[in-house]
Ligand binder design. Structure first.
Ligand code: PEP
Ligand code: MN
Length: 367
């Protein structure tokens, strides 16, 4: 039983494979030939533990390929027969679940556009009562940890214990280098809250292009994710969905073999000793940072008092701009990332304003 009260079995036990777990297959099953041929080539890499393919495709805009439907399930099962690999597909409602169970799909997953909707998640959970099948749950498209967590709770209440999380990144209006912003902090937060819940990463949907897949995959493994779900297609450029992010099975094999699998701990004594020395240094520095912050806030408090007596506003934009400018160039000269310096300053400034507000308006406790 996890801290959150979830009853979980690890992916390595229900998939009977070692970490890193690799799941691969096309974004969508398009034709029997494409599905089976892709599956055979993926299996031939000898590095993949389960096959994926979308049968019902939730498309953002209408008019795009929406999946083969039940016909496609037959191709997926054919791929399973020919490769011996377990198969997985996305379900979004009770009818999908029923069709998958009838066809013999081994593992189900709930897609990002479904995790956002508790009605749909509950419908899937209800349709799985009394069924022993693994279910993987992708993060919701919006960065809401509670929704993601809620989906695990709903499934678990229905009796599903073989679960895993899939981190596929989050939608945002601003377009960065990724199709879906990874927001690694959120994935780390879920892992921290429920350490027993295995998480795999979907670098294909995070990256949105094949060039970044290796980079995202390695980062995921370095964050101790249990495995990866990577889209692969015999002819990626001609794929009916997500063409830019799919790789051939050959490239898939290369990506996987170039990944460095690291462990969370080691018995190497020299390593442990050096690590604890370095951590001691970090601990001391953190103590320094905290006491400097406390001292800084005490001065903010005095400034607040002084501004109050002189009827001067808390915020003075020119002073704030000057702070950002000088600290950013100082940070740069010291080798600190500009984005990091800005984020840190924003946080400190925010707290400084709160402290001054308290003094100015005689607020006892922060609301
Ligand atoms: C997919 O896996 O092809 C898919 C539709 O993913 P997501 O739910 O992450 O968008
Ligand atoms: Mn896809």
């Amino acid at each position: 039983m996890s801290k959150k009260g979830l009853q979980l079995e690890s992916i390595t036990s229900w998939l009977k494979a070692d970490r890193p777990i690799i799941i691969s297959g096309p974004c969508s099953a398009e034709t029997e030939e494409q599905m089976v041929e892709t599956a055979k080539q993926i299996a031939a890499t000898g590095k993949v533990h389960a096959l994926r393919a979308g049968i019902w495709k939730p498309r953002t805009r209408p008019g795009q390929y929406e999946g083969a439907g039940e016909e496609g399930l037959k191709w997926l099962i054919q791929a399973k027969k020919e490769t011996g690999l377990p198969v997985t597909t996305e379900v979004a409602n009770a009818a999908h679940v029923e069709a998958c169970l009838k066809a013999g799909v081994d593992i189900l997953w709930i897609g990002a556009r479904t995790t956002v909707n508790p009605f749909s998640v509950q419908e899937v959970a209800d349709s799985l009562k009394g069924v022993d099948i693994p279910v993987m749950i992708k993060n919701p498209i919006n960065p809401d940890l509670e929704l993601w967590l809620g989906a695990f709770e709903r499934l678990n209440k229905a009796g599903i214990t073989k679960m895993a999380a899939i981190h596929r990144g989050f939608s945002s209006f601003e377009k960065g280098p990724f199709r879906n912003a990874p927001m690694w902090d959120l994935a780390i937060e879920l892992k921290t809250r429920i350490p027993e819940l295995d998480m795999i990463c979907d670098p294909s949907h995070i990256a949105g292009n094949r060039e970044l897949i290796s980079f995202v995959s390695q980062k995921a493994l370095d964050l101790d994710m249990a495995g990866l779900m990577i889209e692969s297609h015999i002819n990626p450029d001609a794929a009916w969905s997500d063409a830019k992010q799919q790789v051939t099975p050959l490239v898939l094999g290369k990506i996987i073999s170039e990944l460095v699998a690291r462990t969370v701990s080691t018995d190497n004594k020299a390593f442990k000793d050096t690590l604890s020395l370095l951590r001691e240094q970090i601990d001391h520095l953190d103590d320094d940072i905290m006491s400097k912050m406390a001292a800084r806030m005490k001065i903010s408090e005095k400034i607040g008092q002084y501004k109050k007596e002189n009827n001067v506003t808390i915020l003075q934009v020119t002073r704030w701009e000057e702070i950002v400018q000088t600290r950013v160039s100082l940070g740069k000269a010291m080798g600190l990332d500009t984005g990091f310096t800005r984020d840190l300053l924003r946080l400190v400034h925010h707290e400084s304003i709160q402290v001054q507000e308290k003094v100015m308006n005689n607020i006892e406790e922060r609301v």
